[in-house]
Design a protein around this ligand. Structure first.
Ligand code: ADP
Length: 580
């Protein structure tokens, strides 16, 4: 029998040693893994002396010395396990509290002292141990039940912590990992306690199985570490390697995890779990300057929909401010939103580059304007001259040159406008004017130049609006140009004016190629051109609607497109009245 016990111990110690070697060789060694390796050393410190004293017939002094190492092992195992559990649930920072350190370590040191110097825990007597042989009914000290209770209470605390973490973490990977830990822990907790504590206390001889069982626990945890990447595969670690700041919050907007990059970017330390996210980071949408603030985290927790924006400004509690690319994704568990993950990238450099690019475009277009204006002037002089000289065969060329110059001028103006918009320099010169008059004037211009289509106006308001007349005129021009341009087969455009609750709504309807539903929003983006096959042949830069959209937005209005019946599109925009 004795040999079976020794054999079990040898297997346990060997398996622990192999795990130590495998885990030490891993490239990535997190604090949790280092603590786990330490735990393995202590399990061996408990087990190896047991092999020695049971196998070799050691003399009195040597026997006591070796056996003492064993007590060093078991008094510190629960302490290290608790710290390991703290690290798993991301609460290692709790150890910064001196009180907690004393509460954890002092009893261990005290029990070790008792085990080494008194007979209160273990009766270290060579003859007695020999007589009873390898643990069957080895006499125990009076305080042995106390150390058992302390030991178990630490392990149970660790277990409760992991169970609570399992229930509260929004991170599904961690949820699975905590189940592994709990399952592994239950084995030595139940059976080890029975064979090594309860039965000896009841003076019932039993095979002390705690060491082999603890080693089985270690094997399961190590398996989870290696196969299931127990600690590495947290999304946080993976995302950290992408260089982004990652913060996970639970349903109550309290921080569950924060990675080093996030802590560095925000200039805070990472001991923040449990704190409200608002206490360290405030996010401001650069698109809605001054207007209603949206809280992306709250929105995602409420709607369960992912949120992305490349135009957010982060202001940290440490007074750091920088632009970010922001993604907030909901974490879901069985249809419930359990939390959200925030990923943000510092895009200061990109913004700087974009600013330079915009500056370049605006300088270049500015510089292009002067030569183009003079080309236009000369070609007009030339046109006049040709008419005077009656050299009509050249008139066609000049007309072509004029057309092309007009196109370039239009593009340059668009680019200049885009530059202004990007730099936030699109200024509105507002005044009160009759909107009906403006529409009539613009439509009349089109009636003169666009002879392929007829233009009808429906409705009128008779009201004045307070807006930038020239810019609103520009929007109308854009919409009318598109209506004609994208309806080569049709011959009609209808402009509608309607009064709505908070202002007026203008529509421009055509019966042309139409716009696929998926593009309804996208066409208002910079340089976006719809992919509809028929439209591809029609040239353009995809800037007109972007500029129009910005102009309407600055007026506090809305612009959108709907499908027309039976075909074609109707563009709408609103201008709010009653605010100036
Ligand atoms: P551009 O016409 O120079 O390409 P816009 O910004 O004015 O740029 O328009 C963006 C895109 O929207 C166009 O490329 C076209 O695909 C689509 N579009 C705009 N107006 C219409 C319309 N009335 N009918 C069909 N497609 C349109």
């Amino acid at each position: 029998m004795e040999i079976i016990y020794i054999l079990l111990l040898v297997i346990a110690v060997l398996s622990n040693s192999i795990l130590i070697i495998i885990l030490s060789m891993r490239a990535e060694r997190s604090v949790s893994i280092l603590l786990f390796i330490l735990l393995l050393y202590f399990i061996n410190a408990w087990g190896v002396p047991q092999i020695i004293v049971n196998y070799f017939e050691l003399k009195d002094g040597l026997f006591i010395a070796v056996d003492k190492i064993s007590s060093l092992g078991y008094t510190f195992i629960p302490v290290i396990f608790l710290i390991f559990a703290l690290s798993f649930v991301n609460k290692l920072y709790l150890l910064r509290s001196h009180l907690l350190l004393v509460i954890i370590f002092l009893p261990a040191i005290f029990f070790l002292y008792l085990a080494w110097n008194t007979d209160l825990i273990e009766i270290r007597n060579y003859q007695l141990t020999q007589k009873h042989s390898w643990g069957y009914g080895v006499p125990i000290g009076q305080l042995f039940p106390v150390i058992v209770i302390w030991f178990e209470s630490l392990i149970i605390s660790a277990m409760i912590m992991i169970i609570k973490f399992h229930r509260s973490t929004p991170d599904l990977a961690k949820k699975r990992q905590s189940i592994w830990l709990i399952a592994a822990l239950l084995i030595p907790l139940i059976f080890g306690t029975v064979t090594n504590a309860i039965l000896p206390i009841l003076k019932i001889p039993a095979l002390p199985s705690a060491i082999p069982l603890t080693s089985i626990m270690a094997l399961i945890i190590a398996y989870a570490i290696i196969r299931h990447e127990l600690f590495e595969l947290s999304p946080l670690t993976i995302l950290s390697s992408l260089g982004g700041g990652v913060i996970t919050v639970n349903r109550d907007e309290n921080i569950v995890q924060i990675n080093q990059t996030a802590a560095d970017l925000l200039g805070v330390n990472d001991a923040l779990t449990g704190k409200a996210i608002q206490s360290i980071i405030s996010l401001k949408d650069e698109n809605t300057k001054g207007a209603k603030r949206i809280n992306p985290v709250r929105m995602v927790l409420k709607t369960g929909r992912k949120f992305e924006s490349g135009n957010f400004m982060v202001r940290s509690a440490a007074k750091k401010k920088f632009p970010v690319d922001l993604i907030v994704t909901p974490l879901q568990h069985k249809d419930n939103i359990t939390g959200a993950t925030l990923i943000f990238y510092d895009i200061t450099k990109e913004k700087e580059l974009e600013k330079n690019k915009n500056e370049f475009i605006s300088i270049a277009s500015h510089e292009l304007k002067t030569p183009i204006t003079s080309i236009k002037a000369y070609s007009q002089i030339l046109q006049k001259q040709i008419q005077e000289d009656k050299a009509f065969k050249y008139a066609g060329f000049i007309a072509k040159i004029n057309d092309q110059v007009d196109k370039i001028t239009e593009l340059i103006n668009d680019l200049l406008n885009v530059g202004r918009i990007e730099a936030g320099k699109l200024v509105l010169n507002k005044s009160n004017f009759f909107i009906d008059h403006l529409i009539e004037k613009e439509v009349d211009d089109f009636r003169l130049t666009e002879t392929t289509h007829t233009f009808a106006i429906t409705g009128r308001t008779g009201h004045k609006v307070f807006a930038d007349e020239e810019r609103i005129g520009q929007v109308l021009k854009n919409l009318l140009t598109n209506a004609v341009k994208y309806s080569p087969q049709a011959n009609k455009v209808i402009v509608g004016i309607a009064e709505i609750k908070y202002g007026i709504r203008i529509s421009v309807q055509d019966f042309g190629i139409g716009i696929p539903e998926a593009d309804h929003k996208k066409i208002f983006g910079r340089f976006y051109r719809s992919n509809a096959k028929t439209g591809r042949k029609i040239t353009g830069f995809g800037l007109g609607l972007y500029i129009s959209g910005e102009i309407i937005k600055r007026h506090g209005g809305r612009i959108w497109v709907e499908d027309s019946k039976p075909r074609g599109s109707t563009f709408y925009f609103t201008i709010p009245t009653g605010r100036n």
